[in-house]
Design a binder for this molecule. Structure first.
Ligand SMILES: *[C@@H]1O[C@H](CO)[C@@H](O)[C@H](O)[C@H]1NC(C)=O
Length: 253
């Protein structure tokens, strides 16, 4: 999620392999970079997806989209919007995974795959006054539907193809991440909270080296934050990091 005109978005390049930048990726000549996008399906994410889909496929191959449902959007709406965009762009080949909540039980078990809206660690009532994770998402005039549907994008504009969200049948983000990351070197772009990738890394440390780079939209420098549901109680935090700081930690360190 990106909102707020004055927000400086820190596009952090995180080098999981200690390599330094795109130019140094060791790809055979002519081989496309494999790309996975993890998104919370806000308007900025939709633009990012369109840009990715417009790139030269023989150089940049988007293979999968995983939807982060722990912030901003709810599963069915988010997944169906992504399916319809992919259909419109002739890309029904791109896998879509429905992201789950993290959630760590008292005994340390990680719940990777249930779908929902909790960050990995429940923040409880301890910080940030009235603005905690779910409360950080502002409702529109028609409640959450405005955000979930990007104010009617799908209904008003998108042609609908054969793929649709179906509860309990939708591949999960963790399934899609495991399949795509196991298959070989891949670059991950995160434009929402980091829960899906955080949970993936915690459960699959052996697959970490297949992730060449993780690009993150998160953090704000020299600007106010963007928790505009309650800027008064927390004027500094940036939404994607705030929505699951533990997951962000898993990715950054
Ligand atoms: C796409 O990239 C390939 C490989 O670099 C190149 O040969 C081709 O001309 C490009 N296509 C377009 C439309 O730019």
């Amino acid at each position: 999620m990106l909102q707020q005109k004055n927000l400086w978005v820190l596009l952090a390049l995180i080098n999981t392999l200690g390599l330094v930048g795109f130019n140094h990726l060791c790809h055979a000549e002519g081989e496309a970079h494999r790309i996975l996008l993890d998104t919370d399906v806000d308007t900025d994410d939709v633009f990012a997806l369109f840009y990715l889909l417009k790139l030269n496929r023989s150089r940049f191959g988007l293979e999968a989209v995983t939807v982060n449902t722990n912030s901003w959007t709810d599963a069915g709406h988010g997944v169906s919007q992504i399916y319809d965009i992919l259909y419109m762009m002739g890309r029904d080949d791109v896998s879509v995974g429905m992201g789950g909540e993290g959630g760590i039980a008292e005994d340390g078990r990680i719940f990777p795959d249930v779908g929902g809206f909790l960050p990995i660690v429940e923040q409880g009532k301890t910080t940030a006054g009235g603005c905690r994770y779910r409360q950080a998402i502002p409702a529109g005039p028609r409640g959450r539907l405005d955000l979930d549907s990007n104010y009617g994008l799908r209904r008003a504009l998108l042609p609908q193809g054969g793929r649709k969200y179906s509860p309990l049948q939708q591949p999960t983000a963790q399934q899609v991440l495991t399949e795509k990351i196991s298959a070989g070197p891949i670059t991950v772009l995160i434009t929402g909270a980091h829960t899906n990738i955080g949970v993936f890394l915690m459960n699959n440390p052996h697959l970490k080296n297949n992730i060449e780079h993780i690009y993150v939209m998160g953090g704000a420098v020299r600007s106010d934050g963007n928790l505009f549901a309650d800027l008064y109680s927390n004027p500094y935090a940036e939404f994607n990091i705030f929505a699951d700081p533990f997951a962000a930690y898993q990715i950054c360190f």
